[in-house]
Design a protein around this ligand. Structure first.
Ligand SMILES: [Zn+2]
Length: 145
């Protein structure tokens, strides 16, 4: 069971949240220009990272706001929680010092806390460089338990 700190509500039980899949998947700038294969990869292909993974969560029984979380899929440690539209935090800085978690997300204004920020980022769908460990079978979802 995870204790998740909602940026708006504070620490709450995992059961109040729903998992929303991999974070930083940018909507294609010109979807009509994509091949079927590229479109399918945008829709369905996601990383299955063993280790630190950026994912989306929604506080579905609380404030119903979406946010991003940097979580270790092996240890379940939550490294960071940050607003939608913000870039993935650079973990190398905070963890190298061994200081642990730094949840620095500020509460967003009501109404501005939307997914649209992700769509403004052009380019490849949010594959973080360095997070190249794939192929593992670590569970990334807590749905349906
Ligand atoms: Zn909340």
């Amino acid at each position: 069971m995870l204790l998740i700190s909602c940026p708006n509500c504070g620490p709450r039980d995992e059961t109040e949240f729903h998992y929303g899949g991999q974070a930083h998947i940018a909507y294609p700038e010109n979807p009509n220009d994509l091949t079927d294969r590229e479109w399918a990869e945008y829709l369905f292909y996601r990383e299955n990272t063993k280790g630190t993974f950026a994912e989306r969560w929604v506080h579905s029984t609380g404030c119903r706001q979406w946010f991003n979380m940097l979580r270790d899929t092996v240890s379940y440690e939550i490294h960071s929680i940050y607003a939608m539209g913000q870039p993935r935090p650079d973990l190398a800085k905070s963890t190298a010092a061994g200081t642990g978690t730094t949840p620095t997300s500020e509460p967003a204004q009501p109404g501005e806390f939307t997914q649209s920020g992700d769509f403004g980022q052009a380019g490849e769908p949010g594959l973080a460089p360095g997070a190249a460990t794939t192929g593992a079978t670590a569970p990334t979802s807590s749905e349906g338990v």
